[in-house]
Design a protein around this ligand. Structure first.
Ligand code: PRX
Length: 644
């Protein structure tokens, strides 16, 4: 595969799209020349109670202040619900497809509006007010979207914690933002198994005194204890509540949600998104990138616990009046044809998933795909990690029958929505490239010193100026926000990713250049896994790095030094894997553990991760300079005892 493999835009697609190459070029030019004028117009895609007159007010210098539409007043739930009632109240808003292929349901915009209003009233009746934080720990059920929108309706700030996180991880996220309410379910379902959400929540809440009320969805009907005075059934609260609820007027810069994400140091940070800019960005990008057309069925396979679920299952599609599909299950249950069975069943037009799923399905061969017609598919998307050209081409040829363009969308929790991606009717594709920035986005590459690099080159990916969907701060820690994103290259937003730009100006994301891992599209910090390991009574020290992994993209490779007197054994390895899963969650399952009598350190005591990464990747003939090590013989030992 070379940079020269180009798949041109299909003429019929360009002809039918609102966003062809000429329109895209015109938008990009106008957004660059007159950002205020451009975004004033785009702001019209959502519903305002007071139309903003001040549009952009952002600086990446000094204290870093980012404001968009700052005198506008709105409520996000109105754009997702009320706005559609007159025109498409009876259109399906959410198709829910259960883990069990025999269970599904449909919710119209009118029904969703009522369900959201009921839950919003219920939250108010529990004393929840504008600005209060509500944590959601839910499976992929309609109630997750209802809970998000109900919070938005009354101005409460939701913080969703992915259902695969452990009680400890849930507790620390509740404590950080002092949530007063937790919304969860008795159990979740995934791949034919149940997930003990309420049990985990009870465990977490032992160390969360701020939580006064717990709302529990009866989902599986599993037997769970309810604590008198604290725990309430969702259905009981909902049934008692009225079906209309006045939306709280929110300033454009009032918070909409917090979402915790991993960085290279310390605890996960609370990424804060506000209301106006985020909603405009979610709507704008969902329409452009997927070339969304009214009436189409759109399916993003992410979980609402991640930012992709926020922007591209709930807020973006609903703001655009789309029919969005929510899937409770997994790609390989009851069999590896599940995705395509669901595509045919619900006549899905736009399908958005992660490279890790594509790679896993590719390994199963073409037959489970070909068994289904997939004729409804029009656009395919990819998100979460770099997609290797081989997987891209399989997705294109086998899943999309060479008919559907693939939008490889690059973005992050911090960016709120997609920043770099092809538009189906406008941008020629290159397998493995996220291609070009969206209108209004100014990416650039810089070298290690922050010098801007021109032309075809490789470097650190930065964004030069603000876009409406950008995060505004780290919750309760603006200094960390400045330090993390604006101090490495002052005056620029640093993504933490590296990228290459080819002669056509196309971006090829190469992956993180910091200590953040991307395991099956799940983001985690090496520091978090290390602190979980050293919390084990037998572990003295640990260093964690990523290693190449065929299916997961990256695997977790751990170097562990035991306390003196402790004996290494396979049983202890298993125990440590289970320990990390219990501390953080099953998504952080170590793939390899190597006993390290000592770790390679500089004379000042800094662990040389570069060398550890090379050993983990089995690239030991290119270790680079080891002369600064305090004790170079440590490396020999690690190489000869590599965990195969
Ligand atoms: O390394 C990039 C990778 O995922 C990181 C962001 O992770 P998260 O905040 O969890 O958001 C994931 C969903 C947007 C990025 O720093 N990443 C995301 N999309 C791509 C990608 N890497 C390459 N190509 C992509 N399309």
């Amino acid at each position: 595969m070379t940079d020269n493999t180009v798949i041109p835009v299909k003429p019929d697609l360009a002809a039918g799209s609102r966003f062809d190459a000429a329109r895209r070029a015109e938008m990009a030019e106008r957004a660059a020349r007159d950002p205020d004028g451009f975004w004033r117009e785009e702001a019209g895609r959502i519903a305002w109670m007071t139309t903003p007159t001040r549009i952009k007010n952002a600086s990446f210098e000094g204290d870093v202040s980012i404001k968009w539409f700052e005198d506008g007043v709105l409520n996000a739930s109105v754009s997702c619900l009320d706005k559609h009632l007159a025109e498409r109240g009876d259109q399906v808003a959410i198709i829910w497809e259960g883990d069990d292929p025999n269970s599904d349901s449909k919710v119209t915009y009118r029904e969703l509006h009522q369900r959201v209003c009921r839950m919003a009233n219920a939250l108010r009746s529990l004393g929840v007010k504008k600005g209060d934080r509500v944590t959601l720990y839910l499976p992929m059920i309609v109630e997750a979207a209802v809970a998000m929108l109900a919070c938005a309706r009354i101005g409460a700030v939701h913080s969703i914690v992915f259902g695969g996180f452990s009680p400890d991880s849930l507790a620390s996220r509740i404590q950080d933002c002092d949530s007063t309410v937790l919304i969860t379910a008795d159990q979740g379902r995934r791949g034919g198994r149940t997930v003990p959400l309420k049990t985990n929540a009870d465990e977490a809440l032992k160390s969360c005194p701020s939580v006064k009320n717990v709302i529990v969805v009866r989902n599986t009907g599993g037997d769970v204890p309810m604590q008198e005075g604290r725990d309430h059934w969702w259905h009981t609260l909902s049934e008692a509540a009225a079906t209309d609820c006045a939306p709280e007027p929110m300033n454009a810069e009032d918070p909409l949600f917090i979402l915790y994400t991993s960085g290279s140091t310390g605890k996960p940070k609370g990424v804060l998104h506000t209301t106006g800019g985020y909603m405009v960005w979610a709507s704008f990008t969902h329409e452009l990138v997927f070339d969304y057309r009214p009436g189409e069925i759109y399916w993003c396979t992410a979980d609402v616990g991640w930012v992709t679920g926020h922007s591209y299952i709930v807020y973006g599609p609903l703001a655009n009046g789309a029919t969005t599909l929510m899937f409770e299950g997994v790609p390989n249950y009851p069999d590896v044809g599940r995705f395509w069975q669901v595509v045919d069943k619900h006549k899905v037009n736009i399908f958005y998933t992660a490279p890790t799923a594509i790679r896993a399905l590719m390994r199963e061969g073409d037959a489970p795909v070909r068994k289904w017609s997939r004729q409804s598919l029009r656009v395919l998307g990819s998100v979460g990690e770099p997609i290797n050209p081989e997987a891209w081409l399989w997705y294109y040829r086998v899943v999309g029958d060479e008919r559907c363009p693939i939008v490889d969308t690059w973005w992050q929790t911090e960016t709120g929505g997609i920043l770099i991606s092809p538009l189906p009717g406008a941008v020629d594709l290159k397998p493995g490239s996220a291609t070009l920035p969206l209108p209004g986005v100014q990416p650039a590459l810089v070298d290690g010193d922050g010098k801007l690099l021109e032309g075809a080159t490789e470097g650190n990916l930065v964004i030069l100026d603000s876009w409406p969907g950008q995060m505004r701060t780290v919750y309760k820690d603006h200094e960390r926000f400045i330090q993390t994103y604006f101090s490495t290259f002052p005056g620029k937003y640093f993504s933490g990713d590296g990228a290459r730009r080819d002669a056509d100006g196309y971006y090829w994301i190469t992956g993180r250049v910091d200590d953040v891992l991307n395991v099956s599209g799940h983001r985690m910090g090496t520091a978090e896994i290390e602190s979980a390991l050293v919390a084990h009574p037998k572990v003295a020290e640990a260093a964690v790095v990523g290693m190449p992994h065929e299916l997961k993209g990256q695997g977790i490779y751990c170097y562990v030094t035991l306390k003196s007197g402790e004996e290494p054994s396979d049983a202890l390895k298993k125990e440590l894997v289970a320990w990390v899963r219990r501390e953080i969650g099953p998504i952080a399952s170590p793939d390899a553990i190597q006993w390290a009598p000592s770790l390679p350190k500089t004379r000042s005591g800094k662990i040389m991760r570069r060398i550890l990464r090379k050993i983990a990747a089995n690239e030991t003939d290119s270790l680079g300079d080891t002369s600064t090590l305090a004790d170079p013989t440590v490396v020999e030992d690690l190489i000869s005892n590599r965990a195969g």
